[in-house]
Each structure stands twice: as structure tokens, then as C-alpha cells.
Design a protein around this ligand. Sequence first.
Ligand code: SF4
Length: 470
Amino acid sequence: MAKHLLSKSTYIRSLQCQKSLYLHKKRPFLRDKMLASQLAKFRRGTAVGVLARDLFPGGIDMTPGSPSQYQKRRVETLEALQNPDVDVIYEGVFQHNEVLIMLDILVREDQKWRAIEVKSSLKLSETFMQDAFLQYYVLKGNQLELSDFELMYIDKDYLLGSQLELDKLFIGQSVMLEAEAHLEQTNSQIEAAKETLLLKNSPDIKIGVQCNYPYPCDFRGHCWKKVPTNSLLYIDAIPPNKRFELYHSGIENVSQLPKEQITTEILAQDKALQAQTYHLNPEKFAFLEANISTSKRSFIKVLYKQPAIPEHENTKPYTPQFLAITALVTDGKKQEFHSWDCSEYPDQWQAGFEFLADLWSKTKVLISFKDAQLRPLLEEFMPHLDSSKLFDFWELLKSADFYFPVINTEIDLEALCAFIIEKHRPLKHEAWLIKDLTASPDENRENVLSKLKSYVSSLNVLVNFFETKN
Ligand code: SF4
């Protein structure tokens, strides 16, 4: 049986950029190293899909053990469809027009089948719709009589009571009419992707907004290597579309722009870019910095897990839960580390909040970095704690027009410290710490807590750096 050329993921890749599809298939060695943060995102999903099966129990599972089993499972899926004793199929494998898909759940409804694809997200994105259109196209190509095609996702407002109610946790949305209306378009997109794969060389596609949208492309290192580090592509005061338009029209840096197009912000960013340094508005920073200027302050780092399926009563899907907390508490004379991790407590949820309450009593100001979770969590579950003591240093920098010429990577504490602090020792990305602590808490807790101490120490040094320099 003919092997497939495209899968759901390679098809979606082709919609973002045909060159990315080509490189992925023909030149995979050119791929960038995957960022830890991206790796973490890929690990979600499967568990939610398996849980949703409980809504349609008693099915047979067609999940292939390895890619070598795809064709075997495909034949078995077609056989199961004909078997009157089979009413539910999980991960049925189908192929049409050299595209292979696996469908989360198929349920027999009279003489037809109801197709369900499960998403672990709180809303449906354009990518999910395209992915559903492709699945529908392949199912139609297999002459499967469908009663419906549904995307099932998680209700963001679901509140866990004394027990999990799957029928309330998931929301089903029929997309069959849209998928039917897109059949022709889906077919053209498949043909375009297949043509790309027949090319001898990679298609001549210029870098553009597609390099970061909807996903950061993993070939940016390759495609962007000729972009000079002082290019206006790195000036974020210019909207992304405009930057690429200028770049492709031969304008490589801000000095080539007509004067009337150069705003004060663009000029300030360009000055920093050319000098390969940062930019900060000193007046705004001084005003904001006054809020955190006390000797009795703490630097805090929290590791969270965010289960798609709520685990504690009165919590919602993706409500963050504490895995570990470390704070460096200073009082002008001495510094002390205070650490907590979830491994020792039967009721981790409550114990994490108690640790924070104690920490709050010890300090006037708490400084975090790029932590969007802590404040809403405290406001919802510990309203008596004064959340105005908490400051996110990254937010403070941004409010002071901070610009940092980071090239093709995310700005995190590590990127900033490596750039600014002499003799900085690299920090392990929190995605790895979360993975270590979740996989083997007993074995890894000491190591994770020691890394968190390095994290809050670096944050302390970074904050001091900006306070003394500006
Ligand atoms: S980096 Fe941009 S141009 Fe290159 S393959 Fe990726 S999306 Fe396409």
C-alpha cells in the first residue's frame, strides 16, 4: 500500500510556509535546536484526547505503535468500520491522496459515523479549523458516511466540583459545514504541498511575518543567517509587516529610511541596536523604580504546572499550581533563601499558599520576572494578601520603553543576564526544571531548588544593575 507524503503536521507546516515544508522533509539537518519552551508545549494534548474517550467508552484503539505500523493500522481501521460489533474507534488511521491522518474518536450513529477530534485548548484557532478541514477531506476521500464532524475542546469556565464531569468539561462544535465548503481549497492546498515536495531545490520564499506566525519556524537560523545583526528587522517599534516590506525593498537599516518615518522610539531603538546594547527611558524607569526601592525586598521565582484538566476543587482548566517556590529575602544587611517544593506535602495546593503567606509577612516588596500567573492566582485564592507588593521587573522595564536587540530568541532572564551581567553563569530554562520536578520529584528536588536559587540571585543582580546604571 502506497506510503503517505503528507501528515496533518506537515500539511499545517505547508500552510505556514512551503519552504518550511521542503526543508523539514528534505533538509531536516538545517533545523534550529528546539527551544525548551516550545518543547514543553508539544507535551500537552495526548492525555486530554485519551480522557475524552471516556465519553464514548468501549472503543477499539488503532494507535500505531510506530510509523512502520501506519499502513497496517489503516487496513485494520477500514476493517473495523465494516464490523457491526464495533461502534467506537479511537485513533482510526485513514489515507487519501497521499495524506495520512489519525482521528481521535469515531462513533457509529445508525448507518453513519460521527467524527470527533479533541483539542486540549480553551478555544478553537484557525490552525485547528484547517486541521479539521484536512481530516474531513481524508475521511470523505475514504467514502466514510459522516453524521457530523466535531471539534471538541475544553470549556474555560468549567469549575471542578467534588468530581470531574467530562460532559461539562468538554465543548463540542460541529465544523462539518465549513469543512465541506472548504473541500476544494483543502485539495488545492494539498496539491501545492505535494508540488513543493517534488522540487529539486527549496522554493524561493523570502523571510516574512510567516517566520513567526502562527508558530515560530524552526528554520529561522538557516533562513535568517544573512540578515545583519543591525538590520531594521530587529526594530520592534516598526510594525512587523512594514519591517519586511522595507527590508525586501532594499532598506536594510534605519539610516536609509526617509526622515519623516523615523519616530523618536525608532531612533532610540536603532541607537541601541547599532551599539548592540539596550535602551531604557531613564525618567520613566526612575519613576517606576521608586516602587521597588526598599532594602526589605524579596526576589521570587515560582514554578507552576498548568493541568488542562483541573485537579483541585473550585479550580478551572489550566489554573496554575505551585511546583516549587524560591525567594531571596533581603533586609539591607543579610540575604536569606526561602524555598518550598510540592514533593513533601500531601495537600500541595494549600501548602504552597501557606508558604507564600509566610513570605509576604517577611517582606515589603516582592520582585518576580515574567510571571503572569502569580498575581491573578493570589487575587483569586488569597485575596487577603496584599498583591500590590508584587512587581514584575519585566513589566516595569517594558513600561520604561525597554528595548533589547534580541535576535531570533525569546527575551527571558537568561538572555538578559547573559547580555548584561559579566561572568553570568547560564540559568537552566524553567521548562526543563518543571519537567525534572514533575518526572522524578524526589530525585530532582535538590537540584531544581538549587537552580531556582541561581535564578533569584541573578534577578537580584539584574535589578541592582539597572538601579545603579540608570
Ligand atoms: S524561516 Fe521563514 S522563510 Fe524560512 S522556512 Fe521558516 S517560515 Fe519559511
